[in-house]
Write a protein that binds this ligand. Structure first.
Ligand code: ADP
Length: 249
């Protein structure tokens, strides 16, 4: 059973999910979250509320203690973890970079035409930076090479995601180190790419969260509010308070 086969994307659903790291204390409880096919959902919440854990569960890093994770309404148990891991891509806040060339870090060794690499770099707002490097795509990163800033690594990771061409995209604070203007340009350029893919965005900035079709608010491992940005702003809840606070900054 492969819900991704011959499809551009599919839905993701967490159904009554419970998860603990130590087998005792649940860091996620009674989680019901749905990202419909081709839609963009956002998950917000204070630090420690369980967002990153949730992201890892959706990509198949951790199995759940109770409940189920479904893609196109088929359980991950039936689909198999290998198929999920192949089709769902998680971009983290502090992405890992191989001690290798810029090219390798983007293609992960796949044979991808040069023009597609530059296209992905352009979307990720990283084209000018790589063009300015001494050996461009063949420049070494890391121990024997150049040191990239946090924001540059984040942009490379976005370009890597584009080139890996996943069916479902999860962005966990993956543009947090960019200034608002660059982040805005990146999401604008990425819009067309994400349109065809179910996307889960974990973020703080109003401008980023606002573009989601539906938003879930997490608090101490539970979903405490959900709705569209408009709906949530009309309530005097956590989202409203949170957004006002972050927007003021
Ligand atoms: P968020 O992404 O919202 O900041 P996390 O998912 O990182 O939240 O963390 C949720 C809870 O799980 C926190 O209490 C955190 O301390 C705990 N936690 C996160 N990662 C681990 C881990 N690898 N082992 C044990 N506890 C963890």
């Amino acid at each position: 059973l492969n819900p991704f086969k011959n499809r551009q994307t599919c839905s993701v659903r967490l159904k009554d999910v419970y998860f603990s790291y130590d087998g005792e204390n649940y860091v996620l409880q009674e989680i019901n979250i749905t990202a419909e096919e081709g839609k963009k959902i956002a998950i917000v919440g204070a630090s420690g509320s369980g967002k990153t854990t949730l992201a890892h569960i959706m990509v198949g890093f951790y199995p759940v203690d109770r409940g189920d994770v479904l893609y196109d309404n088929i359980s991950v148990k039936e689909i198999g973890l290998d198929v999920v891991r192949e089709n769902v891509f998680l971009v983290l806040q502090s992405p890992m970079m191989f001690n290798d060339t810029v090219r390798f870090n983007l293609t992960l060794g796949k044979n991808i035409p040069e023009n597609r690499i530059w296209e992905a770099l352009e979307i990720a707002q990283m084209k000018d930076v790589v063009e300015g490097l001494p050996q461009k795509l063949d420049t070494l990163i890391g121990k024997n090479g150049i040191r990239l800033s946090g924001g540059q690594k984040q942009r490379l990771a976005i370009a890597r995601m584009i080139l890996q061409n996943p069916k479902i995209v999860i962005l966990d604070e993956s543009t947090s180190a960019l200034d608002t203007h660059t982040e805005y340009k990146l999401f604008k350029a990425l819009q067309k790419y994400l349109e065809k893919r179910t996307t889960i965005i974990i973020a703080h900035r109003l401008s980023t969260v606002q573009q989601a079709d539906y938003i879930y608010v997490l608090d101490r491992g539970r979903v405490v509010e959900e709705g569209t940005h408009q709906e949530l702003m009309e309530r005097e809840g956590i989202y409203n308070q949170f957004m006002k606070k972050h927007f003021m900054r």
